[in-house]
Design a protein around this ligand. Structure first.
Ligand SMILES: [Zn+2]
Length: 164
C-alpha cells in the first residue's frame, strides 16, 4: 500500500517538475475540457502604428514601417489569420500555439490565438490585443500563469468565468 502511494507521489512530482502538466478544466455544456498551466510573459498591443509598425506614406496610405516588408501596404487592425483584431485576440508563436488555440490569461480573460508578432517567439511569450494604446500601456508587461486549452476547444467570451 505504501509502495503504491510512493510511486503515485513520485509520478505526480515528476509530472509537476516536467512542467505544463498540471491540468485545469473548463466546464462546458458537452463536458470537461482540460487545459494546462503555462507561465508566460505577456505584453500588450493595439492597432496603432507604434504597436504594429506602420506609418502613413506620402499619399496617406498605411504602409509597414519596419522589417522585411517595409513600405508594403498595411491592413490596419487585420490579424495574421485574416480576422479583424478584437479584445481577446492573442498574438503568439504559432509553431507552439497554432491559430485557434484558446488561452485563459488571468487579468485579461479568455483569448484566441489569431495573430503573430515579430518578437513574439517561443512558448513563453504572448501579446494581448487591446482596442486602445492607453489600455495596452496600462497592461504593460506581466508574467502570468495562463491556462492553455487543447486544439479544438471552442472560443470563449473574453469575460467568461475562469477555468476551475
Ligand atoms: Zn498602440
Amino acid at each position: 500500500m505504501h509502495g503504491k502511494l510512493a510511486i503515485l507521489s513520485i509520478a505526480l512530482l515528476a509530472a509537476f517538475i516536467l512542467g505544463g502538466c498540471t491540468v485545469f478544466f473548463l466546464d462546458q455544456d458537452d463536458g470537461l475540457t482540460y487545459g494546462r498551466f503555462v507561465r508566460i510573459e505577456t505584453t500588450a498591443y493595439c492597432p496603432c502604428g507604434i504597436c504594429c509598425s506602420w506609418k502613413l506614406d506620402k499619399s496617406g496610405r498605411p504602409v509597414i514601417s519596419a522589417g522585411r516588408d517595409r513600405g508594403k501596404p498595411k491592413a490596419v487592425g487585420i490579424t495574421a489569420s485574416g480576422k479583424r483584431a478584437h479584445p481577446g485576440t492573442i498574438a503568439a508563436d504559432t509553431r507552439y500555439y497554432p491559430i485557434g488555440t484558446v488561452i485563459y490569461v488571468p487579468g485579461y480573460g479568455y483569448g484566441v490565438v489569431e495573430d503573430r508578432g515579430g518578437d513574439i517567439r517561443g512558448r513563453r511569450r504572448l501579446d494581448l490585443f487591446f482596442n486602445t494604446h492607453r489600455e495596452a500601456i496600462r497592461w504593460g508587461r506581466r508574467k502570468v500563469k495562463t491556462v492553455v486549452f487543447p486544439p479544438g476547444t471552442p472560443a470563449m467570451p473574453i469575460n467568461a468565468p475562469p477555468p476551475r
